[in-house]
Design a protein around this ligand. Sequence first.
Ligand SMILES: Cc1cc2nc3c(=O)[nH]c(=O)nc-3n(C[C@H](O)[C@H](O)[C@H](O)COP(=O)(O)OP(=O)(O)OC[C@H]3O[C@@H](n4cnc5c(N)ncnc54)[C@H](O)[C@@H]3O)c2cc1C
Length: 373
Amino acid sequence: MGPVHIFDLIVAGGGPAGTSAAIMAAQSGAQVLLLEAGRFPRQKVCGEFVSAESLALLAALLRADQKDLLDTAIPITTGRFFFDQRAVATQIIPPAASIARLDLDAALWGSAEAAGVDARLQVRVKNISGSSPFTVSTSDGEFESRAVIDASGRWSNLNAATTPDGQQKEIWLGLKAHFLDPCAEASVDLYFFDAGYCGIQPVSLVADRKESAGYGRINACAMVRANVARSLPEVFARHPALSKRSCDWKLLGQPVSTSPLVFRDPRPLGNGILCVGDAAAFVDPFIGDGISLALRSGTLAAQCLVPFFQGACSLPDATQAYEEAYRKRFGPVFSRSSKVRRLLSLRQPLRAPFVFLLRKAPAITRYVIRKTR
Ligand SMILES: Cc1cc2nc3c(=O)[nH]c(=O)nc-3n(C[C@H](O)[C@H](O)[C@H](O)COP(=O)(O)OP(=O)(O)OC[C@H]3O[C@@H](n4cnc5c(N)ncnc54)[C@H](O)[C@@H]3O)c2cc1C
């Protein structure tokens, strides 16, 4: 038997965080194995709002022939917040993009393959042991690597045992489906009610564009307490304006759901393994920044590992550099966004003063949005 092949890097999970880490590491010359338990394309519970902060990075990561995903994405220029009978509108400057996860995740996966990553679908990572070399046990055998990145998402077998945020007592559910709404506008509309909120925005699929049949496709995505609603129609019924707006919508495809939505303190490092995207911390979906944080933390982790791959520093030096940079760049976003969402989801009349302030002073609304980036 010949010597065991040792990869520079094994990445567990092929969502935006894992693919961006793999692409960035491969582009710097590392030998990368990317393992994904599922397959693409697939639907994913997500508002599909990609904030402007990460669009240039996304363009740099995508394969040249996939960049039209960005060019043809629907720009989201306005945000509207609906509370009870009141609405607050704000401009989104620079505009965000609406990109279906069905297309985005498949495009990033294809880009990883094109960058030279050994990318394997339907391989589940079961266990990670040792330290440089790490032994990664999977549903398709064992692999070894000098470094490992956990990009397995919010609630995987690799990180579910970590301690959730102690304040979280309720079980939250994520629900999503596409509908046909002939009156869709280029706005992200957030409907708040006592036990959660629902976001609505127009979205188009690459397949729709080819058949020019995509006009009017919208994404409805909700975060709701499980004891209050378990389906999107039940969510729509929680808000009078949303209930009225949705009565003529036609369901497109199958709804998807996920639970529990566990918020926990950021944990970018564990046992010498770099955690990226939702595996490091789950940001409140209200701010629509999870994809951006996944792309940015994934590439940051890969960048911190490059000097180690090139023999310029040790693995502990590289992981420490990542942890420090992660906490500095992303730490404030997590605490601010959770506070804002808690305020907006308060029961009436407790949230009334906050809503009044947002309505009277658009500059404050823009400030709140900026501070949660
Ligand atoms: C209700 C809701 C609405 C949201 N709306 C938005 C929004 O509008 N905009 C936004 O930016 N973000 C939004 N988010 C957040 C966003 O979806 C996530 O932050 C983003 O998907 C994180 O990317 P990731 O790569 O870290 O994880 P994921 O996208 O979850 O990818 C993880 C991958 O790892 C794979 N995996 C899991 N376990 C293993 C294993 N053991 N071995 C191999 N592979 C494994 C999974 O199959 C999955 O493909 C929302 C989230 C929710 C719940």
